[in-house]
Design a protein around this ligand. Structure first.
Ligand code: SER
Length: 324
């Protein structure tokens, strides 16, 4: 049967890049991008969807004969703390709507992104395994734990093929994150390339699990492409890329911008980060669907700087030395 893919929350950091990758895989006409407003007027197929409205999702699914949904809409960890109950409503209602539409229309597959935010202090901070006690401290984390369990429930009760990854912080040049605790790791590169000072909201030695955008996209496509029987984890898979702290990023950036200035002013996001793992054991993803990250911090820094320089049209130093 033909694949027809709907991406909900396509304006976000992951969605905007994932839509392009899905279009390369399935063909431009077979991927529908959607969000609460249209960001890119030249978008190939775009539908306005507020995912809190189940009827709207249903209408688009019927209109295009959708077979797969990637449900990326959510309010992230830091932003979510501004209004915990509203965050819970949005994150859970949109997931229930997607799961119900998928069940009622017998969709082939659903993708649900989870996060390292599911972990709290009850989990070991180093090499955090897939199966540990989950005691998140943010409403975002609570909604992801609940969401994972609901995905597992829909698989067990209705046979709905929902697949999920616990993403670390995602570092990419094509899009900006919004409202997360790991956002500094993108913002810092923009400031460096623009020759601005950077004020970091985390302490300099706060190590967190991170993942380059290309690895994140590849992981998403890989988990969704393997046979259903290969997926043994129906809550969500741990996924590891690299781990680094702000001072380690600064070290890489100063190789090209020796005068880059950074100050540290930890805020409430430091407390969130302090409850998250430093590194992740992703053994199950490696065994079940062959996951292997490709990018080191050094490579990520080089690519981020090169791409952002192109984006901002700066040419302060020779790019030749980057050799990426
Ligand atoms: N990047 C996310 C956040 O910081 C984690 O999933 O909220």
């Amino acid at each position: 049967m033909k694949n027809m893919v709907l991406v909900i929350g396509a304006n976000g950091q992951l969605g905007s890049v994932l839509v392009k990758a899905l279009r390369r895989t399935f063909g431009v006409k077979n991927v529908i991008s959607s969000d609460v407003y249209c960001k890119n007027k030249s978008e190939d197929i775009f539908e306005v969807i507020d995912a809190t409205d189940m009827t709207r999702i249903q209408d688009v699914v019927i209109k295009y004969k959708v077979t797969q949904i990637y449900h990326l809409a959510a309010i992230l960890s830091a932003k979510g703390e501004e209004n915990p109950l509203a965050t819970w409503q949005v994150n859970m209602k949109t997931l229930f709507n997607v799961l119900e539409v998928a069940r009622k229309n017998n969709l082939d597959k659903v993708f649900f992104p989870s996060s390292i935010a599911v972990f709290g202090q009850g989990a070991p901070a180093e090499n955090t395994p897939n199966n540990v006690s989950l005691d998140p401290t943010t409403v975002y984390g609570i909604s992801k734990v609940a969401g994972e369990n609901w995905c597992n429930y829909y698989f067990n009760k209705y046979g709905l093929d929902v697949r999920s990854i616990r993403y670390p912080g995602i570092v990419g040049y094509q899009s900006l994150p919004g409202g997360g605790t790991t956002d500094y790791a993108v913002d810092i590169f923009h400031k460096a390339v623009l020759n601005k000072k950077f004020q970091c909201f985390l302490k300099k030695d706060t190590t967190l699990p991170m993942l380059f955008i290309d690895d994140a996209i590849r992981a998403t496509l890989e988990i969704m492409s393997v046979p259903k029987t290969d997926i043994s984890v129906r809550t969500s898979y741990n996924l590891s890329g690299i781990s680094f702290s702000p001072e380690e990023v600064v070290h890489e950036i100063r190789k090209l911008y020796p005068d880059f200035e950074v100050t540290y002013q930890p805020d409430f996001r430091q407390e969130i980060a302090a409850t998250w793992p430093k590194s992740i054991d992703d053994d199950k993803a490696r065994k079940d669907w062959g996951w292997k990250p490709q990018y080191s911090l050094e490579e990520i820094a080089k690519i981020m700087i090169k791409k952002l320089r192109n984006y901002y049209h700066t040419d302060i130093r020779s790019l030749e030395s980057l050799s990426v």
